[in-house]
Design a protein around this ligand. Sequence first.
Ligand SMILES: C[S@@+](CC[C@H](N)C(=O)[O-])C[C@H]1O[C@@H](n2cnc3c(N)ncnc32)[C@H](O)[C@@H]1O
Length: 215
Amino acid sequence: MSLELTVRRISPRVPLQDDPDDFVGYEVLIDFMKQRVLCTLEGDIVEIGAYMGRGTARLANFAHTYGKKVYAIDVFDPGLDKTLSKSGIKAADVYEAFLQGRSMLAAYRASTRGLDNVVTIREDSRKISFPEEQRFVFGFIDGCHQQAYVESDFHVIWPHLVSGGALGLHDYKYGDWPEVTKAADKLIHAHRREIREAYELEGKYGILSLLLVKK
Ligand SMILES: C[S@@+](CC[C@H](N)C(=O)[O-])C[C@H]1O[C@@H](n2cnc3c(N)ncnc32)[C@H](O)[C@@H]1O
């Protein structure tokens, strides 16, 4: 039996919404969850890197139908992330630019207003741990794009992911953050025995998220 995993490419099957404040194209993630009927499994959804909360709100609306919560983790301080992109731009400057003077937290609160199944955790993701009994059916990582952070974020979620659940990493390919690719490839290799299937899912701007389905 080969120990190498095949990563299969999936093109978007649903139209992407024209929302300039959603940087992922969350509909493709939700479509993936629908296709795999992930919400029939027991557990919640978790997102690291919520930014203006556009995706958080979409995930929460979807999760609500199934009585699930969405845990959203972010520092909500656009100036903290000093990661340099491959074109030499600081992540903090990218976040500030798209905020166009808005407060990140205020934008997030406006996006998620009235959604009582959102649990907001305002904290550095490296300091987060969930109680042992917490279960997730889906997790999405789009926080700090440094290798150490991506690896740490993976370990925050993976032990709590149920069998058949999926974990996504944004910017796996064709993004501006090569350390995400490095971290993801290392994680795929290290955890290959625990991974049932792996996909590259195309979202907004042609950027690929990696999706790992747990055995
Ligand atoms: C690329 S943005 C997320 C975009 C979001 N997924 C979307 O499409 O709307 C990355 C986010 O990660 C957050 N972040 C960066 N470093 C973090 C850390 N150490 N802990 C928690 N959040 C962090 C930033 O504040 C920012 O909101």
